[in-house]
Design a protein around this ligand. Structure first.
Ligand SMILES: Nc1ncnc2c1ncn2[C@@H]1O[C@H](COP(=O)(O)OP(=O)(O)O)[C@@H](O)[C@H]1O
Ligand SMILES: [Mg+2]
Length: 224
């Protein structure tokens, strides 16, 4: 599903380059659940951004869902991203001036889906995530845990094959964090490929494999 070969990322700095990812070789099969750990600044978000096609300025090879990412133009890359990837972040990144239902509809609006079906899908996901009562509220009217619940719903509403989560419980209380982790596990059981970044060993252990990063290098890969 995800196949990174010798991927490297650097930024120009005065007098040279700052290396953020070094010789990353990582293959993640369809339906796997992988946790990425490592100290702050070790390159975890940078790696997730490459995997999620948010960053195309890397060296090396990357195939996502069988497509050679380097061969795609910007439009093809965006289409592959929208069709394949769902993203959740530590701080939710919902759109403040859209309601919950409008936030959920947004990923569908980018795709060629008739409006009746969009409505139905938003209704289904509100049901499934038990947030029907929140549909007309704005993000600022929700708790952190509820906002993250909406963010997960938004990430999966277009049925991506891959869910990428960058410290998804990092800003939550432990009960809310557990609810989000339970949800990631449930989506994984249903067949979604899940890649999460986490600082929490307990959360990391809920994946099948743990990948450790240090200073941009993959230092360890082990079974969870
Ligand atoms: N746009 C950028 N320009 C220069 N350096 C960057 C940029 N983005 C990230 N970095 C550097 O890359 C390193 C890894 O960052 P990041 O991937 O965010 O780490 P993590 O998510 O593990 O905390 C850090 O040293 C950071 O300063
Ligand atoms: Mg980070």
């Amino acid at each position: 599903m995800i196949d990174l070969r010798n991927v490297q990322r650097s930024y120009p700095i005065a007098g040279g380059r700052a290396w953020v990812l070094r010789q990353i070789n990582l293959a993640i099969g369809p339906g796997e659940f992988v946790s990425i750990m490592g100290p702050s600044g070790s390159g975890k978000s940078s790696l997730l951004n490459v995997i999620g096609l948010m960053d195309g300025e890397f060296e090396g090879d990357y195939a996502l869902d069988g497509q050679d990412v380097r061969k795609l133009n910007a439009k093809q890359r965006q289409a592959l991203q929208r069709g394949t990837i769902g993203f959740i972040f530590q701080h939710y990144h919902l759109i403040d001036d859209l309601t919950v239902a409008e936030n959920l509809d947004l990923p569908l609006s980018y795709r060629d889906i008739p409006s009746a079906e969009r409505k139905a899908r938003v209704g289904d996901i509100l049901d499934r995530f038990q947030i029907v009562g929140k549909k007309d509220l704005y993000p600022s009217q929700l708790s952190g845990g509820q906002q993250q619940l909406v963010a997960v719903a938004r990430a999966v509403i277009a049925r991506p094959k891959v869910l990428l989560a960058d410290e998804p419980t990092g800003a939550l209380h432990s009960t809310q964090g557990k609810m989000i982790m339970d949800l990631l596990c449930e989506l994984h059981r249903e067949g979604m490929t899940v890649v999460q970044v986490t600082h929490n060993p307990e959360n990391a252990a809920r994946g099948q494999r743990v990948v450790e990063l240090a200073d941009g290098w993959m230092t360890e890969a082990r079974r969870a």
